[in-house]
Design a protein around this ligand. Structure first.
Ligand code: ATP
Length: 226
């Protein structure tokens, strides 16, 4: 992932507002955390990676591919999970939701269902396959959202506060799962313990990256500021 002098602006009732100003970073580490105060621009930075937010200036690349010029190509490579899985669980049942993610890989609905059930089994979700997504617990829903995204085999996973709504046990479980993945992980989090386990962290404040380096030292720096 590469951010090259990226500025993001939004039009508001009070005029243009700069959400990110001149952010540059080449992220090659396997686990990268984005930390910083509420409203500092972490989600905006994360959302640039799959084109949910577009730069006003500068360039964003994933695997060397420009996100603005080749949006569809980049989106296929980037999986995205949010703190509230309800935002991405769109089908009535767990199995149907995963099957939807697999629609381009398996043409027949029978094959899709079989593949979806295999995915659910690998995440320990077999029991809930035919249950309404609304009846699942928060932890199960987040696991399902993650399973659906990972079923598409992205090369990069962007997770925006994926553990915020979870209890300690589920938050640890999702954390362990994220850290065990082969994909490069860009993790937006207020959980500084989780952030400190990353290889690198960027501290975002007021739309700028104000510290960047080994995660444990950036986290210590941020803690010292509080
Ligand atoms: N489309 C938009 N239009 C106007 N302002 C926006 C827009 N998107 C984000 N913002 C503002 O930009 C700032 C940065 O938002 P962002 O969601 O990136 O912060 P964050 O660091 O992820 O915050 P949090 O930790 O609270 O989730 C906030 O003040 C937010 O209100």
């Amino acid at each position: 992932m590469e951010f090259d002098d990226v500025t993001v602006r939004a039009v508001t009732a009070d005029g243009d507002r700069t959400l990110l100003a001149g952010v540059s970073a080449v992220l090659t580490e396997s686990r990268v955390a984005l930390i910083g105060p509420n409203g500092s621009g972490k989600s905006t930075l994360a959302r640039l990676v799959n084109g949910l937010v577009e730069p006003a200036e500068g360039r964003v690349r994933v695997d060397g591919i420009d996100v603005t010029e080749h949006a569809a190509q980049v989106r296929r490579r980037v999986g995205f999970v949010f703190s509230d899985p309800a935002a991405q669980l769109v089908m009535p049942t767990a199995a149907e939701d995963v099957a939807l993610s697999l629609r381009t890989r398996h043409r027949s609905s029978k094959d899709r269902r079989a593949a979806a059930l295999a995915v659910l089994e690998s995440y320990g979700l077999t029991e809930v396959a035919d249950r309404s997504v609304h009846s699942l617990s928060g932890g199960q829903r987040q696991l399902l959202a993650l399973a659906g995204v990972l079923a598409t085999d992205p090369s990069v996973l962007v997770a925006d506060e994926p553990t915020t709504l979870l209890d300690l046990r589920n938050s640890r479980r999702i954390g362990q799962l994220l850290f065990g993945l082969p994909q490069q992980l860009l993790l937006v989090t207020h959980d500084l313990e989780l952030a400190a386990q990353c290889d690198r962290a960027l501290l975002v404040e007021d739309g700028r990256v104000v510290a960047d380096g080994p995660a444990d030292s950036v986290v210590d720096h941020y803690r010292a500021l509080a």
